[in-house]
Ligand binder design. Structure first.
Ligand code: HEM
Length: 110
């Protein structure tokens, strides 16, 4: 996975989540004094625009991340997680191991 893929996924996750929560607060929790207003906060339309513009980009970034991070690792059966590469012979970390792919004695560092 490339750095820009990881960063765009993280940033878009943040934008979609924050804009969704703030929009929820503005729409359902704030009360306006103006009886004729259809919005509760001047920033409410902008927050909704941000949310629905970022949401499809978030789905795209998630798809790119799933392809380059998860699917490639599932296909590459010999890939070893870093936790296993760094583990010592005396205390091999089996936390990240998958059956048949990691932490066999022959794969541990000398
Ligand atoms: C933590 C994540 C999210 C939160 C907290 C959140 C929150 C919200 C809220 C409060 C609304 C307004 C609902 C209403 O009008 O009653 C909304 C609308 C919407 N959200 Fe999200 N959302 C999240 C993630 C997503 C994602 C991942 C997508 C798309 C993939 C998405 C797409 C939309 C769309 C299309 C609308 C409709 C806007 C409209 O027509 O009024 N949201 N969201």
């Amino acid at each position: 996975m490339k750095r820009w893929e990881a960063w765009s996924f993280h940033i878009l996750t943040l934008i979609v989540t924050v804009s969704g929560i703030v929009y929820f607060w503005m729409k359902y929790l704030l009360k306006t004094d103006d009886p004729f207003s259809v919005i509760n906060h001047p920033g409410q339309p902008a927050m909704l625009k941000t949310h629905i513009l970022a949401a499809p980009l978030f789905i795209l970034a998630a798809g790119i991340m799933i392809n380059s991070h998860i699917v490639k690792k599932l296909q590459n059966k010999s890939a070893q997680p870093i936790a296993c590469q760094a583990s010592s012979r005396s205390s091999p970390s089996r936390l990240w191991s998958h059956p048949g792919t990691c932490c066999r004695p022959s794969q541990l560092p000398p």
